[in-house]
Design a protein around this ligand. Structure first.
Ligand SMILES: [Zn+2]
Length: 99
């Protein structure tokens, strides 16, 4: 039997007994396909990309992947909270008010 636990609160979700919700997220760089042309794929573009990567390194940041797919298991309680505030905007407002 496969074991699941809630990725948000860690609650055990025994397979087949507890309700389990699966969250799948895809994040990708958005750009207008009409803007892609041969110039974008040329040397200038590579130079620009290199510059961006160097700037990211200088800031001591890992470059964020342009595409990422994530999957999370959630218990019914976290599922309900997620649907009420998918981007944790309320939590962020709270953080800002403390600063
Ligand atoms: Zn949970």
């Amino acid at each position: 039997m496969k074991h699941y636990s809630c990725d948000l609160c860690g609650k055990d979700l025994a397979d087949g007994l507890a309700a389990r919700f699966v969250l799948q997220m895809e994040v990708f760089a958005a750009h207008d396909p009409a803007e892609i042309n041969e110039c974008d794929l040329g040397d200038d573009h590579l130079e620009e990309m290199g510059q961006l990567l160097r700037e990211a390194e200088e800031m001591d940041l890992e470059p964020a992947p342009a595409f990422k797919k994530m999957r999370f298991d959630m218990c019914p309680s976290c599922h309900r909270k997620f649907l009420a505030d998918p981007l944790s905007r309320e939590a962020q407002k709270f953080d800002f008010s403390e600063n």
